[in-house]
Write a protein that binds this ligand. Structure first.
Ligand code: FAD
Length: 425
């Protein structure tokens, strides 16, 4: 307990029970309110050899390997709010603990939006979203949040405060440090503020929802749109179980396409998309403005696998042209196991999301089979017993040695998210 005494006494404390990660409860939970306090917490923990896990909204703590050790939870939610907004320049600077819902409400007052999908916007924080680096279906139309980052402030494990980029859209000098932290799962530094580009809020939206008897028919219709001049901002195909979870009309396979544009253009787009997919569909309908937001929020929740004792969530990546082959193989592998499964294909990003529910042995087998498919596979969530002898990030990527070198350079004492990143870094 000697080591814990080194932590700054003036920082607010929370109940550690509320910060369990994969069942591991930290000894202390600290809630700094300023970047200087974050710096003091990290410097002390680093000196004392303590393991720290940054905590945003806590909505994606299931992502990552089991912690190798976990002494301190660093709750960043008190670093909240918008720091600076230049509406005329379409740029905004937001503190890490600001929730996506809070940011959305602020931007809406200015007729602007950050075009990302987040399953739980009321709890997810911008720092957590950048650290987790997952992109939803709107990545097809707008790119990922990574492409919208123009500046970042972080605190390094030894307490040094570092900044990259700035508040202007054309940041082209030097190495693009922001990109390094995106998707690093808080393994290199704690993000305290991010600067981003935003866009004018699309004045209208429509979605096309169609039903198909087979995966092949649904994907063929989707591909006909994807490779045409039509410009949907998201394209997903859901199997029967995922269709049910997203509260869509019953279907063996559903195809959903989103259009966001000025009012007249959006009506024309949706009609042309509906006409394009009707061929081969059992039915196709157009969903109007208000319903579209709710529809895609439910689809985001269908993609999101919240931690549960009887569920694994796996994401398999493939080239968009190969996604249906990979998904078909996934469905066949899973059919042989005694599991309830749900499949969603994000055709714009080349990702197949699988949720499988059942006995631990069957779920383990499912992960082993799925990990062999596609270009890469990630176990987004799984019970402790399955995580304990696997790397949830699957096969090591080509750049793994560079990642290891970066970790050694940024966090030589392994203070941050100890053991949780790719290859148990
Ligand atoms: C269907 C779906 C669609 C999604 N779409 C998008 C999308 O379009 N764009 C996008 O960017 N994300 C997207 N996400 C990602 C998702 O919304 C975020 O991963 C999530 O909400 C994280 O927020 P959080 O604050 O709850 O993070 P937490 O669960 O608190 O943390 C997640 C991880 O990040 C680390 N972390 C948290 N805060 C910080 C910080 N300030 N500094 C360093 N590390 C930190 C934690 O240690 C943890 O490992 C999507 C997810 C789903 C399921």
């Amino acid at each position: 307990m000697q080591n814990l005494d080194a932590l700054p006494a003036e920082i607010a404390r929370r109940d550690p029970q509320d910060y369990a990660v994969d069942g591991v409860v930290p000894a202390v939970a600290l809630a700094p309110t300023t970047v200087e306090e974050v710096s003091a917490c990290l410097a002390a923990a680093n000196d004392a050899g303590l393991g720290v896990i940054p905590w945003g909204g806590g909505s994606h703590m299931g992502l990552g390997n089991l912690p190798a050790s976990y002494d301190v939870a660093l709750d960043l939610r008190a670093l909240d709010g918008v720091a600076h907004h230049e509406p005329d320049d379409l740029t905004i600077s937001v503190r890490a603990g600001c929730t996506i819902a809070e940011l959305d409400r602020h931007l809406a007052e200015h007729g602007q939006v950050l075009p990302i999908d987040v399953a739980r916007p009321e709890s997810a924080t911008i720092g957590g979203v950048v650290a987790a680096g997952l992109a939803g279906p709107r990545r097809f139309g707008y790119g990922s949040l990574r492409d919208l980052l123009i500046g970042i402030t972080v605190v390094l494990p030894d307490g040094r405060i570092a900044k990259g980029g700035g508040m202007v859209v054309k940041n082209v000098s030097g190495f693009d440090m922001m990109r390094l932290y995106y998707g690093s799962l808080g393994s290199l530094a704690v993000i305290t503020q991010v600067n981003m580009k935003v866009i004018p809020r699309p004045r209208a939206q429509r979605s096309v929802v169609a039903r198909f008897p087979t995966l092949t028919a649904a994907v063929e219709a989707a591909e006909a749109v994807r490779t045409s001049q039509l410009v949907p901002t998201a394209i997903v195909v859901l199997d029967e179980g995922a269709t049910r979870r997203a509260e869509l009309p019953d279907a063996r396979w559903s195809l959903c396409l989103r259009c966001e544009a000025p009012p007249v253009a959006v009506v024309r787009q949706a009609e042309r998309i509906a006409a394009a997919v009707r061929n081969g569909a059992e039915a196709a309908e157009i969903v109007e403005n208000d319903e579209t937001t709710g529809l895609w929020q439910r689809i985001a929740l269908a993609l999101d696998a919240a931690p549960a004792a009887d569920t694994i969530g796996v994401r398999v990546g493939a080239a968009p042209s190969q996604l249906s082959v990979v998904s078909e193989a996934a469905a066949n592998e899973l059919a042989a196991l005694d599991l309830a499964t749900e499949l969603t294909l994000d055709l714009g990003s080349g990702l197949c999301y699988v949720r499988a529910m059942g006995e631990p042995a069957a779920m383990r087998r499912a992960w082993e089979e799925l990990a062999q498919l596609g270009l890469h596979a990630t176990l987004l969530t799984a019970p402790h017993g399955i995580k304990s002898d696997t790397d949830v990030f699957g096969r090591k990527p080509a750049g793994f040695e560079t990642m290891r070198a970066l970790k050694a350079e940024f966090d030589p004492r392994g203070t941050l998210n100890r053991g949780r990143f790719i290859g148990h870094l």
